[in-house]
Write a protein that binds this ligand. Structure first.
Ligand code: GDP
Ligand code: MG
Length: 598
């Protein structure tokens, strides 16, 4: 394909504004799949993505399009993840494109994530095409959205294409716009090769498949590719175009997007954002913007049934094949036995891993309280970083503790501003800006501790604003904090898996909430069970579960043996989801709800 016939673009949209639906229309109209094989949300490959309507793993497709001018163009649609947890991957995908469709739901208008991603696209000099979606809905406010496009985004509203991704209305018109408005890629075909890895996935038969954008030169089968950040080299086995399956090609040339297979065994050996060049003709400088992504949230995972420890290990091993951002190492807990300490990109990432372990691997697991990474300066001058309560040093040795802060951007209809400001204040937020975007909407900017956002911030923001407020954040660095380790004791025994690192002023209320939840969730035993929250030796919260004597078979008046057996089996079934803490049976659910309590 000639460079001038290529259009590389992505779709930027807030969650639910219709990105996946529009991608479906692109796939359908290009006829790369037969109608009978077509299904909805083609690009969202995991069940969880489909159910939750979010894209976790991006997929890219190469779509032929014959335009009104008679030429056949190639559209490379780069699908990007739609959640703040995955913003680095979004930035690499954006960098691989010349243009972006900024998709806005006509019934919702511009939202925080739309803005954040548009800034990213502008930073990379992308041509931005505003697209107003869902115009088939009666509540569509096209004029209102056009006004926002002009005043909030600073784009020309006359360029906006109004479509319905669902019915297909005006979608062909959008295609013509893409041909005319989005610039073709450029890049010297003869230069030393430079290709950006913007994504990857693991194929059990072929090893790691790299998704790349070639910026300069040409890469082909038989070349020795060199990864510029690590210096590792591999022989290229195959290159090709992405049409939901790989279509092998002789080479990939400057301007093209495609895949590379080169005998890379594990996803750990490559980094999204790295530059590929060719050993025989190496580039001197990598492409800019490479960054090593690091986890921001930590939690340990334990199997409910300790016999499943090895299975859990194998499941994690499988998950990381396709998810290089998930990191884990072995750990152990007095209460829960052997498990794995894991690092995640955010809470959503954590929840996705949890759901996949339970669904795809049929494992019952317990997660410990999610924690951020703290930096502790000790009295002897040494600095350590810790992510779990068990790493917390002796308090007498601590000079100071620092925690990560974020800049939070919240956009909300103005009637919810008061409630949101109270929430942010409660979460130790400091307001740095309040801006009226238009008559109805306000943008609030706060600096606040990441740890506060990990708990119920997002849910509460949504409930205060009846779902209308949107939220995005960036990490901005470390600030000093007053941290304590909160322990939870069940029947006098500390349950290490329930320990948490918390801001001192939050300790008492957090402890009370957890104790109360545990009292509700732990079934009565034949003895009395005290549940306590403690900081050091000081008890700051207390609940008691009273004793109960209960013979479940007692009401089965002798004879009916099958009923009796059924009852016992049912009880046994319930026990599978129980974890023994000393003499106390704690249901798996109790750990989860205790951690959500606040
Ligand atoms: P994404 O989160 O941006 O990928 O959004 P989806 O494509 O999953 O769409 C979110 C919801 O909006 C789904 O229920 C879609 O069926 C619906 N939707 C998407 N586009 C349209 C449209 O043009 N009209 C209507 N009525 N609904 C749409
Ligand atoms: Mg989607």
């Amino acid at each position: 394909v000639e460079q001038d016939k290529i259009r590389n673009f992505c779709i930027i949209a807030h969650i639910d504004h219709g990105k996946s639906t529009l991608a479906d229309r692109f796939i359908q109209y290009s006829h790369i799949v037969e109608d009978r094989q077509f299904r909805e949300q083609m690009l969202d490959s995991m069940d969880i993505e489909r159910e939750r309507g979010i894209t976790i793993k991006s997929q890219t497709v190469n779509l032929p399009y014959t335009a009104e001018d008679g030429n056949t163009y190639v559209f490379n649609l780069v699908d990007t993840p739609g959640h703040v947890d995955f913003s680095y991957e979004v930035s690499r995908a954006i960098y691989s494109c010349e243009g972006a469709l900024l998709l806005i739901d006509a019934t919702q208008g511009v939202e925080a994530q739309t803005l954040a991603n548009m800034y990213l696209a502008l930073e990379h000099d992308l041509e931005i095409l505003p697209v107003i979606n869902k115009i088939d809905l009666p509540a569509a406010d096209i004029e209102g959205v056009k006004e926002q496009i002009e005043h909030e985004l600073g784009l020309d509203p006359d360029d906006a294409v109004c479509i319905s991704a669902k019915t297909g209305k005006n979608v062909e018109e959008l295609f013509e716009h893409i041909v005319k408005k989005i610039p073709a890629p450029s890049g010297d075909l003869e230069a030393a090769p430079k290709a950006l890895i913007f994504d990857s996935h693991y194929d059990p038969y072929r090893g790691v498949v790299l998704y790349v954008r070639v910026f300069e030169g040409e890469i082909k089968e038989g070349d020795t590719m060199l990864l510029m950040s690590s210096g590792a080299s591999y022989e290229i086995e195959e290159v090709g175009h992405l049409r939901l399956k790989g279509i092998p090609q002789k080479s990939l040339r400057a301007g093209e997007i495609g895949y590379v297979i080169a005998g890379v065994k594990t996803i750990r050996d490559i980094r999204v954002g790295d530059t590929i060049t060719i050993k025989e003709k190496p580039a001197s400088q990598p492409l800019p913007g490479f960054k090593e992504v690091k986890p921001v949230v930590y939690s340990s995972i334990f199997p409910v049934d300790s016999n499943q420890y090895e299975e859990l290990g194998k499941a994690l091993e499988k998950l990381v094949l396709n998810d290089a951002s998930l990191v884990y190492e072995k750990t152990s807990s007095v209460a829960l036995g052997f498990g794995f300490k894991c690092g995640f990109l955010g809470l959503l990432h954590l929840e996705v891993v949890q759901e996949r372990l339970e669904r795809e691997f049929d494992l019952a697991v317990v997660f410990t309280a999610p924690s951020v990474q703290y930096r502790i300066t000790q009295k002897d001058g040494t600095i350590i970083t810790i992510e779990t309560p068990d790493e917390y040093p002796d308090v007498t040795k601590i000079e100071k503790v620092e925690e990560p802060y974020i800049k939070a951007i919240i956009i909300t209809p103005n009637e919810y501003v008061g409630g949101i400001m109270n929430l942010c204040m409660e979460k130790r937020g400091v307001q740095t800006s309040l801006l009226y975007l238009d008559k109805k909407r306000v943008e609030l900017i706060y600096e606040m501790p990441l740890a506060e956002v990990l708990f119920d911030f997002y849910d509460r923001l949504k409930s205060i604003s009846r779902g209308y407020a949107s939220f995005d954040y960036d990490l901005i660095g470390l600030r000093e904090t007053n941290l304590v380790k909160l322990d939870i004791l069940v029947n006098g025994k500390p349950v290490d898996a329930l320990s948490q690192l918390v801001f001192k002023d939050n300790a008492a209320s957090r402890a009370r909430a957890i104790c109360k939840k545990l009292r509700e969730e732990i079934p009565r035993h034949q003895f009395k069970i005290p549940i306590q929250g403690a900081v050091g030796s000081q008890i700051i919260a207390r609940e008691t579960i009273s004793a109960l004597r209960k013979d479940v078979t007692a009401k089965c008046y002798g004879g009916d043996i099958t009923r009796k057996r059924k009852l016992l089996e049912k009880q046994k079934e319930g026990k599978k989801r129980m974890k023994m803490v000393g003499d106390v049976e704690v249901p798996q659910r109790a750990f989860l709800s205790a951690l959500k309590a606040s």
